[in-house]
Design a protein around this ligand. Structure first.
Ligand code: NBP
Length: 469
């Protein structure tokens, strides 16, 4: 019997996705560049699931039902192109390749065009939820063509995470829309992680709280409006002790954060499209700064920080909680606005309401807040700031955020993402920004012209001539 689907790439994600698909009743053929990984996978993890290992790419392709459907879970970049080149000689027009890795959307755009011209079908599919999600139900963000999606829709809906609003999978949009949306998902993830980290920093270095107590606080927050996967793992992380030293695990982990590029790509895309995503940008920058551990250590001795311990109080804990809510909201606001703009610019035809629905389960940024966002999202209100409920939610919390920023500044704690949320909000809600002065400066040194507030037209004056004072 031929397999319903094939999967190439048996690292953590591929193994778990193959098991997930097989457990939903589909026969799966698998292949991996290094044969030993395939052998180990079959020996150690396949327990009765209908998974057929292959050690030759031609045999692998021939084991599949027509039209063939092949998921790639290989490392993003060149490995995807290499794997596609190896496959093509054995495929027939109408066969479908699905790239489930974190590919850059411009690579997906190129591959989509190339494969479509050759008569093949292609989906660029974002997969979120890490290894647990891949096995038990990820959030799936496939983009490409509706025709390609319809070939695998039944499988994808079955393996995706489920919420009361249905499976966390939908046809996201044309061509590279799926990978674009997955990239922004990760950008939002960066901003929320950094916001949580900044709150933790204040708890640790201003409130002087023991990690167990911080854990209890995050746990309590997770039972309310901040309920989310990232807050949940935070309280679990803070509870964990190092087996060797007995110290809290976070205290023995080096403060240097790595990245694989999706946050940076989100910022790059946002700058190219002209959409403000300062919280995402600064979350990327802060990971970069974290890398300079030696410099930070040296400089910290040259500039002693002024810190005065603040007594923990219910009021200040509420300020922290409300600030985190505010920052989380702004991360989504920036991300959704970016997706909306990309959808227009690249004719993706993305349904923002559906994107939020498939982020409700399975993925890293799943959060209770998404239900609120879904009530108000639209192309006209993609940044989500215009509904009455949101206006009062934000107005009620701005005082808390100001207080947290004040305490951070007084205690010389860096809070780039919390303050970016504040400044993004304050700039967007300011009728008259000082950009008139910038336009004057541009006209002064570069004759870039300016518009006037009192009449139509484009103007330029010779700034060196005429009256001064
Ligand atoms: P990796 O990203 O570590 O990729 C390892 C796989 O790529 C192995 O199967 C490896 O084969 C294969 N590969 C490489 Br490396 N170079 C290759 C080449 N030139 N030709 C063919 N195959 C090649 O695995 P992962 O962490 O499971 O992630 C898979 C994809 O899913 C990535 O794009 C990742 O960004 C994305 N993703 C990961 C997560 C996560 O939590 N890890 C979450 C969401 C998305 P080999 O065994 O022969 O070396």
């Amino acid at each position: 019997v031929k397999s319903s689907i094939g999967l190439i790439g048996l690292a953590v994600m591929g193994q778990n996705l193959a098991l997930n698909i097989a457990r939903k009743g589909y026969k799966v053929s698998v292949f991996n560049r290094t044969a030993q990984k395939t052998e180990e996978f079959v020996k150690n993890r396949v327990k009765g699931e209908e998974i057929e290992p292959h050690y030759d790419i031609k045999d692998f392709v021939e084991s599949l039902e027509r039209p063939r459907k092949i998921i790639l879970m290989v490392k993003a970049g060149k490995p995807v192109d290499d794997t596609i080149s190896q496959l093509l000689p054995y495929l027939e027009p109408g066969d479908l390749i699905i790239d489930g890795g974190n590919s850059h959307y411009l690579d997906t755009e190129r591959r989509f065009k190339d494969l479509t011209e050759k008569g093949f079908l292609f989906l660029g599919m974002g997969v979120s939820g890490g290894e647990y999600g891949a096995l038990h139900g990820p959030s799936l963000m496939p983009g490409g063509s509706k025709k390609a999606y319809s070939l695998v829709e039944d499988i994808l809906l079955k393996i995706a995470a489920k919420t009361e609003d249905g499976p966390c999978c939908t046809y996201v949009g044309e061509r590279s829309a799926g990978h674009f949306v997955k990239m922004v998902h990760n950008g939002i993830e960066y901003a929320i992680m950094q916001s949580i980290a900044e709150i933790y920093h204040i708890m640790r270095d201003v409130l002087d709280l023991p990690t167990d107590e911080m854990s209890d606080i995050f746990k309590e927050w997770n039972s309310g409006e901040l309920n989310s996967f990232l807050v949940e793992i935070t309280y679990k992380i803070l509870k964990r002790k190092d087996e060797e030293t007995g110290k809290p695990m976070v205290d023995v982990i080096l403060d240097r954060a790595e990245q694989k590029g999706t946050g940076k790509w989100t910022s790059q895309a946002a700058l190219d499209l002209g959409i403000p995503t300062p919280s995402i940008n600064l979350a990327v920058v802060e990971r970069i700064i974290s890398h300079f551990k030696e410099e930070r250590t040296k400089l910290s001795k040259l500039y002693n920080k002024r810190r005065s311990a603040l007594q923990k109080s219910e009021e200040f804990l509420k300020d922290l909680k409300d600030s985190l809510f505010f920052a989380m909201f702004m991360a989504f606001s920036q991300g959704m606005w970016l997706i909306s703009e990309a959808s227009k610019e690249f004719s993706y035809n993305v349904d923002l309401f559906e994107v939020l629905r498939i982020w409700k389960g399975g993925c890293i940024i799943r959060a209770k807040l998404i239900d609120t966002l879904r009530r108000y999202i639209s192309d006209e209100n993609a940044h989500l700031l215009e509904s009455e409920e949101v206006i009062s939610l934000l107005k009620e919390r701005i005082g808390s955020l100001k207080n947290v920023l004040k305490v951070s500044i007084e205690n010389e704690i860096p809070v780039p993402v919390l303050s970016s949320a504040y400044n993004y909000f304050m700039s967007l809600t300011e009728e008259r920004l000082p950009a008139n002065l910038i336009q004057a400066q541009r006209d002064f040194f570069g004759a870039h012209t300016f518009e006037r507030v009192d009449k139509e037209g484009v103007f330029h004056i010779n700034w060196e001539e005429g009256e001064i004072g």
